[in-house]
Design a protein around this ligand. Structure first.
Ligand SMILES: [Zn+2]
Length: 496
């Protein structure tokens, strides 16, 4: 059976096994765009984050954590007040609000809507006489709708919940310059909540109004972008590139070429940016996605932000929603620091190129991950159904529980006591484990398969005599008899 036949089964598993609940709060009917991670979802998310932190420390990234609310001036400087907008159209009669690109795609499925300007969208609505699907009246003029959530702090000070973590990281530039002892590039990341007031959020945790970002920034000199040492260590690594010039030929299959080939053929201009693409790909691969589900898609000049020199999305193919961006890699130039220098009246000019001694404002390369999207796409890509058996094939180190412990029967005190003892041993070694004595062994296995638990341990009559247990492996369903005193060693080795 393929997942297409099982999408309902998948969606129900995600709720039933405590990964994602919502829209929240469920008992009050739910608030669109807000979701809750249940115990399994929270455990998975924490494992995703700890993998990130481990790998990012290897790549030399520092972590910071900023407030999620910032005063108005920050968003004036960042350009969000002016430009962080969606175009909308309101029905002239029933006043229902639509996101312009979405309703136009729905009403004109054969037209290319992405990247159209406000004027072009207006023209289409008028010339095609587009009507509201709800009441069949004409749609109105395009309006601008700012996606930031506004709030008041203290005695009516206007502030906004951050729509991204990146801006709050840039505000630390002077501090970071000093902390990093002026050694460039400065690599820094921030994990935390961001908020966007989406008009009508759909697609579950893919598009939420409150979501988790993990954004990496490289502060780097203009000259250094061309000579970055780290690039030379990885330049022969191959990545699946789908550049924009290929996309306009209607080709959607990526070219698997090395970073060096991408630079030489002009697909990428700067070695430091190629290195950023590599980091995004390397981290994604660590989560265990299959190669054919990953591609790096370049934005066309019309699609990317006005200040960006180059922009790519790292996308994962899903059955339910098609290709989904889980990471954006952006060459933001010196735009952000230049703007914040201007608005804050601080001086961000430093000497980075000691041969010329010229002062410059550093460039910023950004690698922005959406944690919720990683969690969702991982669940979907690991969901496997064969002969009615559901198996969530998460990498063992990502599974919410590493081990489940079952006494064969619960009424035999000695077996139950030994099972509890085995679980205690695992917990003492800080191995996440789940104890279950209810129902048949078969049902207990199935429940753990659905949670992605890679190892199940059963304690039986024999265990009482020879201090051995049966370990059953999730993916192969093979069973092996091992001694109790070997369990933690064997399992710890398989969790790396
Ligand atoms: Zn209407």
């Amino acid at each position: 059976m393929k997942i297409e036949d099982n999408i309902d089964t998948f969606n129900s598993l995600v709720k039933r096994r405590g990964f994602i609940w919502g829209p929240s709060p469920e008992i009050y009917g739910g608030f669109a765009g807000f979701y809750t991670y249940g115990p399994a979802g929270s455990a998975l998310k924490n494992k995703i984050l700890s993998l990130f932190r481990k790998e990012l420390s290897y790549f030399g990234f520092l972590e910071v954590e900023c407030p999620t609310i910032m005063p108005e001036i920050v968003w004036e400087a960042s350009g969000h007040l002016e430009r962080f907008i969606d175009y909308i159209t309101r029905c002239t009669k029933c006043k229902l609000l639509y996101r312009a690109d979405r309703i136009l795609k729905e009403l004109l499925p054969d037209m290319m809507i992405d990247g159209l300007s406000k004027e072009e969208l207006n023209k289409l609505i008028k010339t095609k006489n587009l009507k509201c699907p709800n009441c069949d009246s004409l749609l109105g003029e395009i309006e601008e709708y700012n996606l930031m959530l506004k709030t008041n702090v203290g005695d009516n000070n206007v502030a906004y919940l951050r729509p991204e973590t990146a801006t709050s990281t840039y505000l630390l530039f002077n501090r970071l310059d000093n902390y990093a002892r002026k050694q460039y590039p400065i690599k820094v990341f921030q994990y935390g909540k961001a908020h966007r007031n989406e008009i009508s959020p759909r697609q579950g945790v893919i598009r939420m109004r409150a979501f988790d970002q993990l954004e990496l920034q490289l502060f780097i000199g203009k000259e250094q972008e061309m000579t970055l040492e780290e690039y030379f260590d990885v330049k022969s690594e191959k990545l699946p590139f789908l550049d924009w010039k290929t996309q306009i030929k209607n080709i959607n299959k990526p070219n698997i070429i090395s970073l060096e080939e991408a630079i030489n053929s002009g697909v990428i201009q700067k070695p430091a940016f190629a290195y950023s693409l590599y980091i995004s790909y390397f981290l994604t691969k660590r989560f265990g996605y299959e190669d054919e589900l990953i591609r790096l898609r370049q934005h066309s000049p019309a699609e990317r932000a006005h200040y960006a020199d180059d922009a790519w999305d790292l996308e994962i193919e899903t059955r339910q929603y098609g290709w989904i961006e889980i990471c954006g890699i952006h060459d933001r130039t010196d735009y952000d620091l230049r703007r914040h220098q201007e608005f804050s009246k601080q001086n961000f000019e430093i000497v980075l190129d000691t041969s010329s001694n010229k002062k410059e404002i550093p460039q910023i390369l950004e690698i922005a991950f959406g944690i919720d999207r990683i969690l969702y796409t991982l669940l979907e890509s690991c969901f496997d159904v064969k002969e009615e058996r559901i198996n969530l094939k998460l990498k063992p180190f990502l599974a919410p529980y590493s081990v489940a412990v079952f006494p064969l029967i619960k009424n035999k005190k000695e077996i139950r006591d030994l099972a509890k003892e085995v679980q205690k041993k695992l917990l003492n070694n800080r191995i996440a484990s789940f104890y279950d004595e209810a129902g048949s062994i078969g049902k207990r296995y199935r429940r753990q398969d659905e949670l992605g638990t890679p190892f199940c341990i059963t304690i039986d009559y024999e265990s009482l005599e020879d201090q051995s247990i049966t370990i059953r492996y999730r993916d192969s369903m093979e069973q092996e008899r091992i001694k109790i005193n070997k369990i933690t060693d064997i399992i710890s080795k398989k969790l790396i």
